[in-house]
Unconditional design. Structure first.
Length: 604
RNA sequence: UGCUCGAUGGUGUAAUGGUAGCACAAGCGACUCUGACUCGCUUAGUCUAGGUUCGAUCCCUAGUCGGGCAGCCA
């Protein structure tokens, strides 16, 4: 055995203040198994901010051999829809696939918290399905399996409310919304007790049962926690627990006309599922005392979950507010929630961004309590990094300009070997056809070149990648003076294997044969906003980038005709591309540019 | 100004009483049949003032600046 070296290997897993707490709890034996949860409300699409929460909760679960439940926090039927349940389920499955899907907590379809006895005391509990083996496949969409729903706990939540009333810790209040607000006071001024605060337990019990029975109209009464109307923390001034809403619920059906509020339902949902660490964003810090109050007031028999808060992710040049995102959709700034320019998971996926890259980005951003604006360059970096090893190289010209290789005969075809991915350990090749007429990128030619221009210029030479070096002889223009074609000579001795294959030229450019290529629609995206912090703008609609989408008809090497949706391509020297999942069809291909290649020249 | 959370290079994030490290960005260079990738180098930081201590990014006090909270939303 050797003594330990000074070398400190990079930690295999990230470390942050929440993971430290989890590690401490485990070390202290406070929990046998770590259970976290990702609890979206199904009232919209998941976005990149949720990705951070997903990766934190699932990350902690997988690092500790635990479970992370997918739970819909569906306590407000007025705002929620089944469509969102489905899209969220799809997005979560996509993001964790191959990474933490073995930690996904789901339940038997239709199951509810079951009664049990703990130390002689009654209890209710709903565990996630135990996997037969760590690798057994289970997804939220498997047969007879479903995610958790807070609405599955309505019956149990109601029973807990009765208990609270019996303990004198909750009361039915007849104040309307406006008066409730008035009585609550303000941060600097203490509130006043509701005139209904001291109703008898019997009357509260009766009234609450009748609320459930549907005897009262919306807003007529509410169930409130009896805490302290003078508390400095506004959330402790007798917060509402239940409100009357005569509407059907997307998951619970039309069984209920009273619905619990977040602060009451969330902590108890965590408890019922045996959550150990309930992780949310900073705006809930003020709610934590209430979270604890509800659980402690009920004197529950099992170990209580605890809430921890972290700072949400704010990526530069993006907006992550459901309301504003909705404005982009309804205002037709984008084509929908899954528009490839959107920061939604469905948009990012459609754009071609691999889930692994997104994970690397949000995990790399770290977990703190500091309101940080994350540089979008970091995301661009991880996307390129991921795609660099993933994407096969292809030749494609976005904005073609025609070249005539005057020393090649019409119909002559020279086959060239092109590397599919130089990053592979053993790179493979394919054939691309060189013919008399080819297209090159119009950027790769300059009649009046700027300084240090390596590409094609009058009298200059350049290499057509995988083919040979060509020399520009003549620029042909039409009557109006516009360039119609460039006439060049191909030096076939510079082909791979040829006598002059080692000849060096400064520039190597991409190209496609005019006859052996296909036309395809390419959508080139840029950031949606012109400022780093559009969310901080007085009107974010005024800083929308008018050039966020450019639709181009490109010429691509013919092998791309059989491209499939799950493939990723690098058009050499241009960028990374993926087929559009919605608009592309065989014979009418539509590619999305996921991201350009890093360009350290044109920006100078 | 009631409660509450926070402040480390340009950006994000480590270091918990003992050498301020990493990533991205930026700059320079090498390599190159992708001006990509890769590799090397460089620039650049502990909000302020006191205190405790041999020693403070870390602990204490005060201040400054910034965030969050007064839905029958989550």
């Amino acid at each position: 055995m050797t003594v330990e070296t000074n070398a400190t290997p990079a930690p295999a897993t990230p470390s942050d203040f929440i993971r430290d707490i989890v590690a401490d709890d485990l070390a202290a034996g406070r929990h046998q198994k770590i259970v976290t949860r990702f609890p979206p409300e199904p009232n919209g699409y998941l976005h990149i901010g949720h990705a951070k929460s997903i990766c934190l909760n699932f990350g902690i679960a997988r690092e500790n051999n635990g479970t992370c439940n997918l739970r819909f926090d569906d306590t407000n039927p007025a705002k929620e829809e089944l469509e969102y349940v489905d899209s969220i389920t799809t997005d979560v499955n996509w993001l964790i696939a191959g990474w933490a899907d073995h930690c996904l907590g789901v339940k038997v379809k239709g199951s509810h918290p079951a009664p049990q006895t703990i130390n002689g005391r009654p209890d209710h509990y709903l565990a996630s399905i135990e996997r037969s083996s760590p690798s057994s496949q289970l997804s939220a969409t498997s047969a007879n399996v479903e995610p958790f729903f807070a609405s599955d706990y309505f019956e149990q939540l109601f029973a807990y409310a009765l208990t609270l009333i019996e303990k004198g810790k909750a009361y039915v209040c007849d104040l309307n919304a406006e008066d409730t607000e008035t009585y609550r006071g303000s941060p600097e001024k203490p509130g006043q007790d509701s005139p209904f605060r001291n109703r008898s337990i019997a009357e509260n019990l009766d009234l609450f049962q009748r609320m459930r029975a549907g005897e009262f109209p919306n807003g007529a009464r509410s169930l409130r926690a009896k805490i302290d109307m003078t508390a400095p923390n506004m959330w402790l001034r007798d917060p509402l627990l239940y409100r009357i809403r005569h509407v059907a619920h997307h998951h619970a059906g039309d069984k209920w006309c009273i619905y619990p509020l977040y602060d009451y339902a969330h902590c108890l949902s965590d408890y019922l599922e045996g959550i150990t660490h309930s992780i949310c964003t900073l705006e809930f810090v003020d709610h934590r005392p209430l979270y604890d109050w509800v659980l402690e007031s009920l004197e529950l028999p099992r170990t209580l979950p605890h809430q921890y808060e972290f700072s949400k992710l704010i990526p530069g040049y993006m907006i992550v507010s459901k309301r504003k995102l909705l404005q982009l959709v309804t205002g037709n700034v984008v084509t929908g929630w899954d528009d490839p320019r959107m920061p939604t998971l469905s948009g990012l996926r459609r754009r071609g961004i691999p889930a692994a890259a997104l994970r690397k980005f949000v995990i790399g951003a770290g977990v703190t309590k500091f309101d940080a604006l994350t540089d979008i360059a970091v995301m661009e970096h991880v996307v390129r990094e991921e795609l660099n090893s993933l994407a096969v190289r292809r030749l494609g010209v976005l904005r073609p300009i025609k070249i005539i290789l005057t020393n090649l005969a019409e119909g002559e075809v020279i086959e060239c070997d092109a590397t599919n991915n130089p990053q592979d350990e053993i790179p493979t090749t394919r054939k691309v056809a060189l013919t008399r007429e080819v297209f090159i990128e119009s950027d790769d030619f300059a009649e009046v070149p700027p300084p240090k221009y390596f590409r094609l210029k009058p009298g200059g030479e350049v290499r057509l990648k995988y083919a040979c070096i060509i020399k520009l002889d003549e620029i042909v223009k039409d009557a109006a003076g516009a360039i119609t074609e460039l006439r060049c000579t191909a030096d076939l001795t510079t082909r791979a294997g040829g006598p002059n294959s080692d000849k060096k030229v400064k520039g190597t450019i991409h190209w496609v044969s005019a006859s052996h290529s296909i036309a395809a629609e390419v959508r080139v995206y840029d950031r949606l906003f012109t400022v780093a912090e559009p969310g901080a703008e007085e009107d974010f609609m005024k800083v929308i980038n008018p050039h966020s989408l450019e639709v181009i008809t490109a010429r691509l090497e013919s092998s791309l005709a059989t491209a499939t949706l799950d493939e990723r391509f690098q058009l050499e020297r241009v960028g990374y591309f993926a087929l559009d999942s919605k608009d592309s069809a065989p014979g009418k291909l539509v590619f999305n540019r996921t991201i350009s290649l890093k360009d350290t020249w044109t920006k100078k």
